[in-house]
Each structure stands twice: as structure tokens, then as C-alpha cells.
Design a protein. Sequence first.
Length: 394
Amino acid sequence: MGRFKIRAESLYLLKAQRSILRPRGRIVLLWAGGIGVAVSLFAMPLAAQSGSSKAPSPLAVLAPVTFTSTSAENVFVVVSANDGVKDLTLRLNDGPSVMPRRSDRNIHHFRTRLAIGPNVIRVIGSTGNTTVAEELAIFRLAKVGMRAVAPFPKYYFHTDLFEKRCKSCHETAPETASEKDPTVKSVCLKCHTPLVSEKFVHGPIAVGTCSICHNLSSEPNRYQLKQASFDLCLLCHTKTAEALKTSKFTHGPLGAALCDVCHEPHSSPNLASLRQPSGEICMVCHKTLESLYQTRTYLHIPFKQRMCCKCHDPHYSDENFLLKKTDDQICRSCHQEAMEEHTHPVGVIPKRKLPFEARYGEGGELLCVTCHNPHASEGEHLLPKEGCSACHMM
Ligand code: HEC
Ligand code: HEC
Ligand code: HEC
Ligand code: HEC
Ligand code: HEC
Ligand code: HEC
Ligand code: HEC
Ligand code: HEC
Ligand code: HEC
Ligand code: HEC
């Protein structure tokens, strides 16, 4: 039985690219060590799968396809239901039931957010007193942070196969493939309105068409990006492009040619079109700093408020640690007044080094961060836990 399951599973994977599959039985997703494994438990023997005499399900999922992966945060689920199917709802990972956003005759449209990693989507309805359900497994790849291996082929909707399921009611392609044609956008927005409906709409979306970045005639998958996303961004953001070339230090993700890990290219609820509020987005990758919030007693106010960009530049810098100004300048920009009563020397070379490892200026002089932790500490005043005795033999 165990071996049999694996064979049936690989069959599904092969077929998944070409046709809609209707898994029979419950989909079980296992999430182990960063790699998702989907196992479909069959109620029926393999031979019965193809020439099944069982009555066809009164529900059919038209999009997306089960056992595929995507990096999008949301997905539309379009279902056709036979007459007599009532009370259709969708449940993501056994969460709350949601109603269709739109229904037209027997076609029902849902939209759901996906969790990173494996997702099970169940569409449930009832005919009389029996429950009918369809399930799909969709794997969401992370755009930021964790990179998981996708266990399934990628889901592309804009292919002949899928689009023809919607043709009876929707125009999926603009009439002309002209870049300047403003009607391009209106065709796309018949379906993709949610993508551009957040508070901050990116410049070219507000004034231009989708075809500035998406290729209207790519094959076989339509509307692919014209260039790698990083190159697209730099095409218009020439100031950033220039600074990347001339700055001494480049932030990790930009060094890896990524902009859209942090920025949403269409619209976003956050300032600067960030995928998460500034500050929170930093923690997605800088996990060790996140742990300071729980483990350290004293948090520096700007750190506590997650105003990372008061001190760091998210893109590039000529200073160490991507600081916006030199170490001491950055601290003095907020603490000039406090420094008048400061008891300890700064900017001078100490007679002896501190009894623990600390960072000094290039000439060995005392920096603010030689004594203070800029983020958080165990001791008062962002100093070591032991207070004066951490540095002085008392
Ligand atoms: C029976 C007709 C019909 C079919 C078939 C159909 N739709 Fe729709 N769809 C509609 C109607 C009506 C609307 C709402 C009016 C509009 O904005 O065009 C809509 C709206 C949508 C929206 C926008 C939903 C929203 O809430 O923002 C999406 C996305 C969509 N359809 C996708 C699809 C896809 C994908 C298919 C094919 C798998 C499909 N539809 C098949 C009739 C249909
Ligand atoms: C009938 C509705 C509909 C229309 C019209 C439509 N799309 Fe889509 N599009 C979808 C659905 C459904 C997906 C799958 C992803 C999802 O569910 O959000 C998708 C996915 C995409 C993707 C991701 C790649 C892919 O193929 O899955 C791109 C890019 C895209 N659409 C661009 C466009 C552009 C550009 C236009 C206008 C020229 C357009 N779409 C018109 C429904 C539509
Ligand atoms: C400034 C360039 C740019 C413009 C203009 C643009 N896109 Fe995109 N689009 C992208 C990038 C980059 C991606 C790559 C995926 C990502 O990281 O979100 C993308 C991905 C998508 C996707 C895949 C789903 C997702 O959430 O990732 C859809 C759908 C899409 N675009 C539709 C549109 C539509 C519709 C328009 C016009 C209203 C449009 N785009 C205009 C850059 C653009
Ligand atoms: C066709 C030209 C064009 C392309 C391509 C483009 N942008 Fe923009 N971008 C603009 C314009 C225009 C603005 C608005 C400028 C302003 O408001 O100062 C803007 C603004 C922004 C902003 C600032 C938003 C704010 O609220 O301050 C960010 C962030 C951004 N773009 C990121 C990107 C990323 C990431 C990409 C690549 C996926 C990209 N842009 C591709 C033209 C472009
Ligand atoms: C590590 C995350 C991250 C990456 C990667 C990233 N940005 Fe940003 N970006 C930010 C943050 C955070 C802000 C807001 C800065 C602030 O709050 O002071 C921002 C602001 C911006 C702005 C508006 C303010 C300004 O500086 O002009 C633009 C334009 C921009 N980014 C473009 C880009 C482009 C183009 C790329 C890729 C070359 C990119 N970003 C990559 C995090 C990122
Ligand atoms: C997509 C993942 C990612 C995100 C999001 C991210 N970083 Fe980074 N960051 C990196 C990588 C990778 C490095 C380079 C590796 C290293 O040097 O530790 C780095 C390096 C840094 C450094 C320099 C460390 C050093 O030792 O020189 C600072 C400072 C920094 N990031 C701050 C931020 C801030 C502030 C944000 C939020 C605006 C942010 N990061 C968001 C991945 C990320
Ligand atoms: C008050 C200014 C300030 C704020 C606010 C701040 N940092 Fe820093 N950060 C620094 C300084 C200064 C250093 C250099 C530390 C050193 O010399 O040891 C640094 C170092 C770093 C480093 C590299 C060394 C390490 O500890 O891993 C990262 C990554 C980093 N900061 C990320 C962040 C993030 C993310 C935030 C927001 C939650 C943040 N910083 C907020 C000033 C600041
Ligand atoms: C964006 C403004 C800002 C920047 C930049 C800044 N600080 Fe602060 N800092 C504050 C605020 C606000 C407080 C809490 C109020 C206070 O004590 O002044 C604080 C508190 C402190 C304290 C603790 C005071 C106490 O009695 O507990 C120390 C020490 C400190 N900062 C050192 C630094 C150092 C070192 C730097 C440079 C790496 C720096 N600050 C950069 C805003 C800033
Ligand atoms: C040689 C070690 C050392 C250096 C370098 C140093 N400090 Fe301090 N700082 C201390 C000690 C010790 C205290 C707490 C004892 C005290 O109040 O006198 C303190 C206290 C503070 C306080 C809290 C003062 C108050 O009255 O609440 C602030 C703010 C501060 N430092 C900022 C800075 C800034 C900004 C720099 C760099 C320009 C800096 N420190 C450099 C050791 C240092
Ligand atoms: C983070 C380390 C650190 C802490 C904590 C610290 N100091 Fe200092 N202190 C120094 C350094 C470095 C000097 C400069 C000594 C030198 O030039 O060699 C200094 C100098 C002094 C001096 C001047 C005399 C001398 O030894 O040169 C006094 C007095 C002093 N500290 C008292 C204190 C008191 C009281 C506390 C607790 C409130 C304290 N310090 C906490 C690092 C520290």
C-alpha cells in the first residue's frame, strides 16, 4: 500500500501541468525540515482512477491547479458547481469559511491569501443533505527570507488551457498588443483590481499600463516580465542604479539583485510600497535581532520602535553596517544635548582597552558603540549588565 501511494503521487505530479486533477480522498500535507511533501491518500485503487465509473463530482475547480506552486500572496479560486449545489464556501488550511466574492450562474469566484509553505484549499457545498467538497494543494514560495524548494511545478494561469475556461465570460487578452494602449490596463483590471487597490499605488501603475513591465506577447506563458525584475526597477530608478555603482557597501538582498523581496511592484498598504511595514520587514531576515526583543531587558527607543532606517540605509552606504552617517554622527544627531553632561570620554584613544571585545574607531579611538549597544542590552544605559564593573576594576 505504501509503495502504491508514492506511484499515484508521482502520476499526479506529471499530470498536474497539463490537466485539472481531481484528487479523490483527503490531501494530507506534511511539512518537514523546510521541504513540503504532499501525499494524497486514495480511497480507490490506481486502476479505478482512470476509467472510474463513479459519478462525476458536482464541483469542478477551474483555477488554480492542485499540486502546483506560486510565489503570489493571494490566489483566485474559480469553481463551477452543478445546479442544486448550495452554500458554497472555501476554507484555507481548515481556517474559517469564506463566501464567494462573486457568483455568476454556476461559476463562483473566491480569493484567498496563502500561507508560506503548503496550503490545502477546500471548497465545500451541499446538495440536499450531502456535503460535496473539492481539495487542492498549493505551495507558496516565500519572496522574503526563507527559501524553500518547491515540490511542485509552477502555476501559470495565462496559458491557452486555462484562459479558455473563462473565455465565455471574460476577455483575457487586450485587443492590441501595443504598449501604449491604455485599454490594456482596463482589460487586466477586470480581474486584477485587488493587486492595485492598496493605499500606495506605484508610480507607473498610477499613470501607465501594465505593459511597461509585462510582455503582452510572451509564449507559452503570457504576460511574463520583460526583464528580470531588478533590471526593470533600475531602468527607471536611475538614482538608485547610480548609487549602487558608486557606494562602498551594498545591502545583501540588493547585492543579490533583488528589489521585490522588500517592495511590492503594484500597490501596498505600507509606506514606500513595502511588503511589510518598514522595520518589520528587516526582521524577516535578521532573525537574531528579533530575538533581542524577548531576551534583552533594555531596548534602545528607536530600536524598540523598529525605526531601523533612522540609522541604517536599506539599500547602500559608504559607512560600515550600512549606517546613514558615521557612527558617532548618527548618535549625536539625536543625543547632542545629552552629551554635554556625558561623564565619559568619546573620540579619544583610551589608556587601556576594555576587558571585552568591542569595536573602536579606525585610529583606535572610543566610539559611542564601543561602550553602548545601539540596539539593546542587559544593563542600564545600553551598557553591559555588570554596570561600572564591566569595564572598571572597582
Ligand atoms: C459564467 C460567467 C463567468 C465565467 C465562466 C468566469 N467568470 Fe470570472 N467573473 C464573472 C463575472 C460576472 C464577474 C464580475 C464582473 C466583472 O467584473 O467582470 C467576474 C469576475 C472575475 C474576477 C474578479 C473577481 C474579484 O472579485 O475581483 C476574476 C479574478 C475572475 N472573474 C476570474 C475568472 C477566471 C480565472 C475564470 C475562468 C477559470 C472565470 N472568471 C470564469 C463571470 C464569469
Ligand atoms: C479572467 C481574469 C483575468 C484577466 C482578464 C487577466 N488575468 Fe492575469 N491572472 C488571472 C488569474 C486567475 C491568475 C492566477 C494568479 C491568481 O490567481 O492571482 C493570473 C495571473 C497573472 C500573472 C502571473 C503569471 C501567470 O500566468 O499566472 C500575470 C503576470 C498576470 N496575470 C498578468 C495579467 C495581465 C498583464 C493581464 C492583462 C493583459 C491579465 N493578467 C488579465 C486572471 C486574469
Ligand atoms: C513596475 C513594473 C510593473 C508594472 C507596471 C506591473 N507589474 Fe505586475 N509584476 C511586476 C513584478 C516585478 C512582478 C513579479 C512578482 C512579484 O515579485 O510580485 C509582477 C507580478 C505580477 C503578477 C503575479 C502575481 C503576484 O502577486 O505576484 C500579476 C498578476 C501582475 N504582476 C499583474 C499586473 C497588472 C494587472 C499590471 C497592470 C495594472 C501590472 N502587473 C503592472 C512588475 C510590474
Ligand atoms: C516605468 C518606470 C518605473 C519602473 C520600471 C519602476 N518604477 Fe518605481 N517608481 C516609478 C515612479 C514614476 C515612482 C514615483 C516617484 C515618486 O513618487 O517620487 C516610483 C516610486 C517607487 C517607490 C517609492 C514609493 C514611495 O511611496 O515613495 C518605490 C519603493 C519603487 N518605485 C520601487 C520600484 C521597484 C521595486 C521596481 C521594480 C519592480 C520599480 N520601482 C520599477 C517608476 C518606476
Ligand atoms: C531590504 C529591503 C529592501 C530592498 C531589497 C530594497 N529596498 Fe527600497 N526601500 C526599503 C525601505 C525600508 C525603504 C524605506 C526607507 C525609509 O523608510 O527611510 C525603501 C525605500 C525605497 C524608495 C523610496 C525612497 C527613496 O530612497 O528614494 C525607492 C525608490 C526604493 N526603495 C527603490 C528600491 C529599488 C529600486 C530596489 C532594488 C534595486 C530596492 N528599493 C530594494 C527597503 C528595501
Ligand atoms: C531579504 C532578506 C533581508 C532583508 C529583508 C533585510 N536584510 Fe539586511 N542583510 C541581509 C543580508 C543577506 C545581509 C548580508 C549578510 C551579512 O553581512 O550578514 C544583510 C546585511 C545587513 C546589514 C549589514 C551587516 C554587516 O555586518 O555589515 C545591516 C545593517 C542590515 N542588513 C540591516 C537591515 C535593515 C535595516 C533591514 C530593513 C530595512 C534589512 N537589513 C532587511 C538580508 C536582509
Ligand atoms: C540608533 C541607531 C540604530 C538603530 C535604530 C538600529 N541600528 Fe542596527 N546598528 C546600529 C549600529 C551603530 C550598528 C553597528 C554596531 C557595532 O558597531 O557593533 C548596527 C548594526 C546592525 C547590524 C549588523 C550587526 C548585528 O548586530 O547583527 C544589523 C543587521 C542591524 N544593525 C540591523 C538593524 C535593524 C534590523 C534595526 C531595526 C530593528 C536596527 N538595526 C536599528 C545602529 C542602529
Ligand atoms: C533617532 C534618534 C536616536 C538616535 C539616532 C540614537 N538614539 Fe539613543 N536614544 C534615543 C531616544 C529617544 C532615547 C530614549 C530617551 C532618552 O533617554 O533620551 C535614547 C536613549 C539612549 C540611551 C539610554 C539612555 C538611558 O539613560 O537609558 C543611550 C545610552 C543611547 N540612546 C545611546 C545611543 C547611541 C550610542 C546611538 C548611536 C548608535 C544613539 N543613541 C542613537 C534616540 C536616538
Ligand atoms: C567610554 C565609554 C562610553 C562612551 C565611548 C560613550 N558612552 Fe555614553 N555612557 C557611558 C556610561 C558609563 C554611561 C552611564 C553613566 C553615566 O550616566 O555617567 C553613559 C550614559 C549615556 C547616556 C545616558 C545619559 C543620561 O544622562 O541618561 C547617553 C544618552 C549616552 N551615554 C550616549 C552616548 C553617545 C551618543 C556616545 C557617543 C557620542 C556615548 N554615549 C559614548 C559610557 C560611554
Ligand atoms: C562600557 C565600559 C564602561 C563602563 C560600563 C563604565 N566605564 Fe568608566 N570608563 C570607561 C573607559 C573606556 C574610560 C576611559 C579610560 C581610559 O582612558 O583608559 C572610563 C573612564 C572612567 C573614569 C575616569 C577615570 C579613569 O579610570 O580613567 C571614571 C571616574 C569612570 N570611568 C567611572 C565610571 C563609573 C562610575 C561607571 C558606572 C556608572 C563607569 N565608569 C562605567 C569605560 C566604562
